[in-house]
Design a protein around this ligand. Structure first.
Ligand code: GCO
Length: 456
């Protein structure tokens, strides 16, 4: 008997995002995004790196699809760049921008690879930053919905799977901050925590209006939100620690104010109480708009936090990582494979949405990859990481949680936001001088998992 076998219909894939791989930032009518202006500002990214060239995927997408084909994935998650489609943020559609994604998708379909398109992976048009401060304004939600209509009405004949926004907390709570310069675009200092929560509220509204726009433009659309909600992992699986992890969940990483409203239609009361006057202003019907029916949930997961039962008012305690705890090559990237299983279980049990199919839309790690004299990259650390997390996916499947598929982050090394090209998350190595793609050992290992439909 072979172990760690997945159900026959389990979906394997790989993920990327537009600004991180495309380059060609001034091509075919594209105008700047907030990430172009942010990364071009002194001191914002490591070594001043920008996405101007990145992996030059815009010109090399055919080669990249060959890489996917050899890998054996049946699914590819990418994002559409708003500033290619509506370069001024609102108004005129740039058909040349649409044409790029049409070529990409047609090529994917020719190779029997199913496209999963994210409409927003952080690269909003800089024009909207100038106009009204991006997510600080409620107008952003309607502009996003209009952009969604523009894309889905043109590409809805070839794309079925649509994801609205990627990781609301990252482009709002890491893009706007009080008393310090935020790490992510647009990098705006605001006056209060309430202002920060207002940006994520506007993003939730954009998600809701976006869902409505997608459904209106395509009757066959399958729609998801992609979130990286923080996962509380019970220290032991005793009933007390499990209960503690569930109690901690709405407080953790703003979960109660992001994934909760999207999946349950309400901000979690415990979080609202904690926020007090810093809670966002919510208008009539906002929560109804935000709480749209979803066909699946995209869950991005990299790490987690251990929790145990405690005799305090919350009934739970957050545990620090010991000094030498195993971690990968990011300050926040501790190895917590169970976070994947518990994240899925929290959706079913803690948020009470056992009905919602889940795809892991990102999971992976940065490693200090070295090219050997033989030309190979033998990334044993990445294989170790991925193997443990995939075993956790398998546990969720065996216990009949609705886990449908897995997308590795990432198909190839790319622009890692404020870390620039300094951190490599790919299973394919990019030589940025020559743009040569070199599959790493993890690519071969992942291909074997896909071929055998199990964790090897
Ligand atoms: C994300 C980010 C990715 C990052 C990855 C590693 O969705 O979290 O979208 O773009 O590259 O998470 O930090």
């Amino acid at each position: 008997m072979t172990s760690y076998q997945f159900p026959e219909d389990f979906q394997w894939g790989a993920a990327t995002a537009a600004y991180q791989i495309e380059g060609a930032t001034e091509t075919d009518g594209r105008k700047p995004s907030v990430w172009d202006t942010f990364s071009a500002t002194r001191g914002r990214t490591v070594k001043g790196h920008t996405g101007a060239i990145a992996c030059d995927h815009y010109h090399r997408y055919e080669d990249d699809i060959k890489l996917m084909k050899e890998l054996g994935i049946q699914n590819y998650r990418f994002s559409v760049s708003w500033c290619r489609i509506i370069p001024d943020g609102r108004g005129k559609v740039n058909e040349a921008g649409i044409d790029f994604y049409r070529r990409l998708v047609d090529r994917l379909l020719k190779h029997n690879i199913t496209p999963y398109a994210t409409l927003f992976h952080w690269d909003s048009p800089a024009a909207l930053e100038q106009k009204y401060g991006s997510w600080r304004s409620r107008e952003m939600a309607q502009d996003f919905a209009d952009y969604a209509t523009a894309v889905v009405s043109r590409l809805g004949d070839r794309i079925t799977n649509w994801m609205t926004l990627n990781e609301i907390s990252c482009f709002t709570h890491m893009g706007y901050a009080v008393g310090k310069t935020p790490q992510h675009a647009p990098g705006t200092r605001v006056k209060s925590q309430k202002d920060v929560w207002q940006t994520s509220h506007h993003a939730l509204l954009a998600h809701g209006l976006g869902c409505q726009a997608i459904r209106a433009a395509s009757t066959k659309a399958q729609i998801a939100l992609v979130d990286n909600f923080g996962v509380t992992v019970p220290l032991t699986e005793s009933a007390e620690d499990i209960e503690a992890a569930k109690r901690a969940f709405p407080y953790h990483c703003g979960n109660g104010g992001m994934i909760y409203p999207a999946l349950t239609g309400a901000y979690h009361p415990a979080l609202l109480e904690q926020l007090g006057s810093n809670a966002p202003d919510v208008q009539d019907d906002d929560l109804k708009t935000i709480h749209q029916p979803l066909d699946f949930l995209g869950f991005n997961i990299y790490t987690g936090t251990y929790i145990r039962a405690a005799d305090n008012w919350q009934g739970c305690e957050w545990l620090d990582f010991p000094k030498a705890y195993p971690a990968l090559n990011m300050p926040w990237l501790q190895l917590v494979p169970e976070s994947l299983y518990w994240g899925i279980r929290h959706v079913s049990e803690t948020m009470n949405r056992p009905d919602l199919p889940i795809y892991i839309t990102e999971n992976g790690c940065a490693a200090q990859d070295q090219v050997k004299p033989s030309g190979e990259i033998i990334d044993l650390d990445r294989i170790l990481y991925l193997r443990h997390y995939l075993q956790s996916v398998h546990r969720a499947a065996v216990e009949h949680y609705p886990i449908k598929g897995y997308f590795v982050w990432s198909l190839m090394d790319n622009f890692e936001w404020s870390y620039g090209y300094d951190r490599r998350f790919g299973i394919t190595y990019i030589d940025y001088k020559t743009q040569q793609r070199i599959p790493k050992s993890s690519y071969r290992w992942y291909a074997e998992c896909i071929r055998q439909n199990r964790v090897v």
